[in-house]
Structure formats: structure tokens, C-alpha cells
Write a protein that binds this ligand. Structure first.
Ligand code: SF4
Ligand code: SF4
Length: 246
């Protein structure tokens, strides 16, 4: 039988024979491709529940493995190893150690949501990729990604002031992710802004960057949002069997 998605099989598990004759039939080369027998004993039976407990992972149980997400995926078109369908399969089967073999590429999802629109079961695969990347970080399998650092700064600013100010978000993101504040693309962007945007708008941005205005009467809303976030974070950590943050 033909081996579908052969690239998903680790090279060391594929066995071929250059010269093999069975019952007088020459089955050399392509016809003698076998997959090494594999025994998986280290299942994480909670894996699906753990991913489902994180934002975006809620509907993973609906997946029926049609592959539409992978077929439509922007990143898969460039790198066939990036395979949302396969990772969802591993998660649902509890095959954590297999999933961890791809831990360095799962975060590369660009959130284009093509998979989400293609999915016939409303699994929201983009959300599952986010939840899985988040799970990898929370469990300490990967470093905190730039995407998470950006989200944290964005959230911090919204919660503290009820507003976002692009310049400060960008500056703090670069500082927190230990990147230089001066970058070629940033210089180009600033040049374009100076030449194309009205002076009044630029002045407003500069003023907001320096004085960090807050939304009027934001105090109560802020307290409620902070309480809600703390509850959500505690629930997520409990679902993953992690200690609460002190
Ligand atoms: S959102 Fe992520 S997983 Fe979905 S198609 Fe885009 S890159 Fe692929
Ligand atoms: S498109 Fe939806 S149902 Fe199909 S494999 Fe992807 S997540 Fe599963």
C-alpha cells in the first residue's frame, strides 16, 4: 500500500531494501518500503483537555482529520513539516513526545486564518495552533516567543490605561524581546510616516507616547479586568497541572 504523507514518517523509521525477492517476486526499492514498528507508551491522556483549556483550543475535539487546514495553510505551502492536521491528531491521541519533536516550528503560524475558513467542523485550527504554542511555553518546552512578548505588552497597556499607543507598544516590545530599538524597517516606516501623515496626527502620537493618557474613569474597569485575567490565568495553570503564580 502506498504510504501517504511519507514526509511525516521520521527518516530513521523508513526501511527499504535495494534487493529483495519474496516468493520469486522482485520487490526491491520502492516496493519494499516498510515503516519500522513503533510502540508508544508515554501517552499524556490529558493532552487534549490541556490544549482545550487554553484560549483558541476549545473546539479541538470536533476535528475529523479531513486535512483542509493543512491544504490551505500559508506556512505549509513553504514548509511541509508545518502540519496543523497532524498536530491536532497527535494532541487528540495524547502523543506528547511526538508533538514535542516539532516544538520549534509550531509557533511559526502567521495567524492568517486560512485554515479557519477552510475547516468544515469549526475547529478554529488557528486558535489551536496558538493554544499549542502557548502550552509549549507554559510547560517550559520552548522559550517565550516574540509573539507572546508582543501580546503581553499589548494587554498590559490596554489594562493599565484603557488605550493603546503604537509607539510605546513597539518600543516596549523591542526592549522586552531584547531587540535593538533602531532597525532598518523602523527607520523606513518613520520616514514614510513623516512624509505622508498630517503634522497634527504626528504631534498627537508624540504627545500620547510621552504623557500616556488614560481613558477617563478607567479605574473600576481596570480592577474588574485584572481580576478576570487573574482568574483565567489561574484556571489555565490548574488545567495544565502547574502551580499557581504567587
Ligand atoms: S492561521 Fe496558521 S495554521 Fe492556519 S493557515 Fe494560517 S499559518 Fe496555517
Ligand atoms: S480542517 Fe478542521 S476538521 Fe479538517 S483536519 Fe483541519 S481542523 Fe480538523
Amino acid at each position: 500500500m502506498a504510504i501517504h504523507e511519507k514526509h511525516l514518517i521520521r527518516p530513521e523509521n523508513i526501511k527499504t531494501h535495494d534487493n529483495l525477492v519474496i516468493d520469486g517476486v522482485d520487490v526491491s526499492g520502492h516496493w519494499s518500503t516498510f515503516i519500522e514498528t513503533r510502540v508508544v507508551t508515554d501517552y499524556n491522556e490529558q493532552l487534549q483537555e490541556e490544549i482545550a483549556a487554553l484560549p483558541g483550543g476549545e473546539y479541538i475535539h470536533r476535528c475529523w482529520q479531513c486535512g483542509s487546514c493543512t491544504n490551505s495553510c500559508t506556512v505549509n505551502a513553504i514548509n511541509p513539516d508545518f502540519n496543523p492536521r497532524y498536530w491536532i491528531y497527535l494532541i487528540r491521541m495524547g502523543m506528547e513526545s511526538e508533538l514535542l519533536r516539532d516544538k520549534e516550528i509550531i509557533w511559526q503560524c502567521v495567524s492568517c486564518n486560512k485554515c479557519t475558513y477552510a475547516c468544515p467542523r469549526d475547529v478554529v485550527p488557528e486558535g489551536v495552533m496558538k493554544a499549542t504554542a502557548h502550552w509549549l511555553e507554559m510547560k517550559g518546552h520552548t522559550e517565550t516567543t516574540p509573539s507572546t512578548i508582543f501580546d503581553a505588552e499589548f494587554t498590559r497597556q490596554v489594562v493599565q490605561t484603557g488605550k493603546i499607543e503604537d509607539g510605546r507598544i513597539l518600543k516596549n516590545f523591542l526592549l522586552n524581546s531584547k531587540q535593538p530599538l533602531v532597525q532598518d524597517w523602523l527607520i523606513e516606516m518613520v520616514k514614510k510616516m513623516i512624509t505622508n501623515l498630517p503634522i497634527k496626527f504626528l504631534f498627537g502620537m508624540g504627545w500620547a507616547t510621552i504623557f500616556q493618557p488614560k481613558t477617563k474613569g478607567w479605574g473600576k474597569a481596570r480592577a474588574a479586568i485584572e481580576e478576570h485575567i487573574a482568574e483565567e490565568k489561574a484556571a489555565e495553570r490548574a488545567a495544565l497541572g502547574l502551580d499557581p503564580i504567587k
